[in-house]
Design a protein around this ligand. Structure first.
Ligand code: GTP
Ligand code: MG
Length: 298
């Protein structure tokens, strides 16, 4: 059973909006990766809304929950709406960051295809994971399959220099959007912060007039751990948005609301599989409704 189905069952089995009902809802939201304080707060706000708006049926409360959650997501995204790609064809540099294995390289390829085919942009991929042995080849293979240029250096080289070259290639007329894959790093804090800040400084100065955006890639199956990762990366280099991957697996999704509520970080893309086309623009209304138990709309 998916988490969304569990929420739906919970509401449809409830006989009324008692104190016990809201306690049980809190427990369920904790299981859904909301975190204890987020779950408590959400259930409490819902209780207040139901009282004020004279909502008495569990089914009506479920719809109210969906709209509360949607509002929360919208608040998160409004403040950082500037983090989205410039729609007017302005030169853009995107850095994909994240811990090991979350799906950075795959997401770089998916984004490149999406920007080219749907947004009619001209992407260049930058192989700035110079750390792992096979990383450059992995990105080159994606580039070949998609027919998208990949700028790469030798393994062991300086990642910032790779992005520098890719931006140079774009500025020389080779493209209008650079998507840089970076090495997976464990979030053992100080080393990460040092290294990230260095890449960030170099890319920021090279980007010049171009829009410069950092997306954090998070694996939805890691639950609350994803929030801890986001805190550290955001503190280190100020992220504009999140790409949430592996949402096709057993993901519960509550962490999306915590990202919005606690860090004001919007999820901008949801990835739901290993194929290039398995990336979707995040829609707060659809996500909130599905989370609260509505049938997928797609
Ligand atoms: N099911 C599923 N698998 C995914 C998704 N995104 C990525 N993967 C898989 O996750 C694995 C890791 O993906 P990568 O793109 O190599 O991850 P990475 O973050 O670049 O990994 P490192 O470079 O080693 O840090 C691969 O097997 C991908 O196919 C997704 O949305 N759904
Ligand atoms: Mg990688």
């Amino acid at each position: 059973m998916t988490f969304s189905e569990r929420i739906k069952n919970f509401f449809s089995r409830a006989s009324g909006l008692s104190d016990e009902f809201f306690d049980d809802l809190t427990d369920l939201l904790v299981e859904g990766d909301f975190g204890a304080s987020g779950a408590y707060k959400t259930a409490d706000i819902l209780r207040e809304c139901c009282k004020k708006e004279k909502i008495t049926s569990p089914e009506a409360a479920r719809y109210r929950l969906a709209s509360l959650l949607e509002d929360e997501l919208r608040r998160g995204s409004l403040e950082t709406a500037a983090g989205d790609i410039a729609p007017d064809g302005k030169q853009t540099v995107i850095l994909l960051l994240g811990v090991n294995g979350v799906g950075k390289t795959t997401s770089a390829a998916k984004l490149a295809m999406l920007y080219r085919d749907t947004y009619k942009r001209r992407p260049i991929l930058a192989a700035a994971d110079t750390f792992r042995a096979a990383a450059v080849d992995q990105l080159k293979i994606h580039g070949e399959r998609l027919g998208i240029r990949v700028v790469a250096h030798q393994q062991g080289g300086d990642p910032a220099a790779v992005v520098y070259d890719a931006v140079e290639a774009a500025q020389a007329g080779g493209g209008d959007i650079v998507i840089a894959d970076t090495a997976g790093r464990m979030h053992t804090k100080s080393a990460l912060v040092q290294e990230l800040r260095k890449i960030d400084r170099v890319v920021e100065s090279k980007a010049g007039e171009a829009a410069y955006i950092k997306y954090l890639v998070l694996d939805a199956t890691t639950g609350r751990n994803a929030l801890a990762q986001a805190e550290i990366f955001h503190e280190a280099v100020n992220i504009q948005g999140v790409i949430l991957t592996k949402y096709d697996s057993t993901a519960k999704g509550g962490v999306v609301f915590s990202l919005a509520a606690d860090l004001r970080l919007p999820v901008l893309y949801l990835c739901t599989g290993e194929k290039y086309g398995d990336i979707h623009r995040f829609d707060p209304a659809i996500f909130a409704r599905e989370f609260a138990g509505d049938e997928p709309l797609a």
